[in-house]
Write a protein that binds this ligand. Structure first.
Ligand SMILES: Nc1nc2c(ncn2[C@@H]2O[C@H](COP(=O)(O)OP(=O)(O)O)[C@@H](O)[C@H]2O)c(=O)[nH]1
Ligand SMILES: [Mg+2]
Length: 220
């Protein structure tokens, strides 16, 4: 697995870089999914589960973005994904140019699905278009059902929300109904998937949606 050091981007026009990535990914038939959440909400665990479940029918790549370390990349590679670890030079998010450099290192040709595991943070990643065709976010039960009220932008820019760690419901007073209502008030089109990456509950619906998203991306 390769580790690359990214420099802070000096690009003037993030939107133009993002547009170019989408055009390139559309030509290659590769769906890039930008996965965002707080640290520890379960991004790597969810991705390793998706890779294990879907690797027989899809070529899946993962771009791991972190300030330091390669621990997530090792876990993702063990699950069977093609993996690049990118270090963000202290940045709390990935932008489009950084994403492009990581994609170029990976080589998107022949890949069906590439996940960008963004830096763990509910604020900055929501502000930067990475060039992804789909934004997916995670909220885990221990974080609390009030997070849509506190970090609205992340919920507004996401196409899908995974509410994970449902297996921990007996230990947390997470109000699923209130959370859904808060999220849908911000973004009526978002798809919500309650899952447990530990037990596998809800994973089928999420994985079927990802397959639909790949088909839509190719037919657009
Ligand atoms: N009980 C439970 N724990 C989970 C689940 N998903 C992740 N975790 C745990 O949450 C912690 C952080 O997970 P990780 O995937 O590293 O989160 P990340 O920092 O967002 O990538 C680890 O201890 C995981 O085992 C889940 O569905 N249920
Ligand atoms: Mg992780």
């Amino acid at each position: 697995m390769k580790v690359i050091e990214l420099n802070k981007s000096v690009t003037e026009d993030n939107d133009e870089d993002a547009r170019q990535i989408r055009e390139d990914m559309r030509q290659k038939g590769t769906l890039l999914v930008n996965l965002m959440s707080s640290p520890g909400s379960g991004k790597t665990t969810l991705l390793t589960r998706i890779v294990s479940d879907m690797k027989d029918r899809l070529n899946i790549g993962i771009l791991e973005a972190d300030i330091a370390s390669d621990v997530d990349a090792i876990r993702a590679e063990q699950a069977g994904a093609r993996v690049i670890q990118a270090h963000t030079d202290g940045m709390c998010h990935m932008d489009a140019l950084m994403t492009k450099k990581a994609m170029d290192e990976m080589g998107a040709e022949g890949m069906d699905l590439i996940f960008l595991e963004n830096v763990g943070n509910l604020i900055c990643p929501a502000e930067f278009d990475t060039g992804a065709g789909c934004n997916l976010m995670i909220l885990s039960l221990p974080e609390g059902d009030d997070k849509p009220l506190k970090y609205p932008l992340m919920f507004q820019v996401s196409d899908g929300l995974v509410i994970t760690k449902t297996d921990t419901a007996p230990y947390f007073d997470f109000d699923m109904k209130a959370c859904r209502e808060r999220v849908l008030a911000l973004n009526p089109d978002i798809r919500i998937f309650p899952v447990s990456a530990r037990t596998g509950e809800g994973m089928d619906e999420l994985e079927a949606w990802l397959e639909e998203k790949i088909a839509d991306w190719r037919n657009k």
